[in-house]
Design a protein around this ligand. Structure first.
Ligand SMILES: [Zn+2]
Length: 143
């Protein structure tokens, strides 16, 4: 259990500010997870981080809403007992205004205690949605 107040709980995605201080959830991915309709993640890396955080918090609606319609699954099943241990963003590349890639490693441990790494280069696409523009996860290549 954390003794920190919820407002200061570091974001699961592990993002830090310029002074290397962890950014609290509410000021990081929480802005997007808690208000997806009005506050979409502003860039591909922020969306990728928020999706990792949504996996940690098992927020399927957010994962589905940020999945591009062309590749979105019908539903999301969370593996029971998995503990996500951390996220490391290895590389980001902006291909053009509406396409970007993010390479990351996510570490996890199964309910049986087996540690594993998910190493993926993910593709993202931006589309207009009324007055807003939104980034979507399209697909990815596992390393
Ligand atoms: Zn975050």
């Amino acid at each position: 259990m954390s003794s920190q107040s919820p407002a200061r709980t570091p974001c699961p995605c592990g993002r830090s500010d310029r002074r290397e201080i962890p950014i609290p959830y509410l000021q990081c991915c929480g802005r997007y997870l808690d208000d997806f309709a009005q506050t979409p993640a502003p860039d591909a890396e922020s969306l990728m981080r928020s999706r990792y955080t949504a996996f940690v918090r098992e927020q399927a609606p957010y994962l589905l809403a940020t999945w591009h319609a062309s590749t979105r699954p019908g539903s999301i099943d969370f593996e029971e007992g998995v503990k996500w241990l951390g996220l490391e963003v290895r590389a980001r590349s902006v291909l053009d205004a509406d396409h970007a890639e993010v390479e990351f490693v996510a570490r996890r441990r199964s309910s049986a205690g087996v540690a594993s790494r998910l190493h993926e280069r993910s593709r993202f696409m931006r589309e207009d949605d009324g007055a807003l523009s939104r980034w979507y996860y399209v697909d990815g290549d596992l390393n």
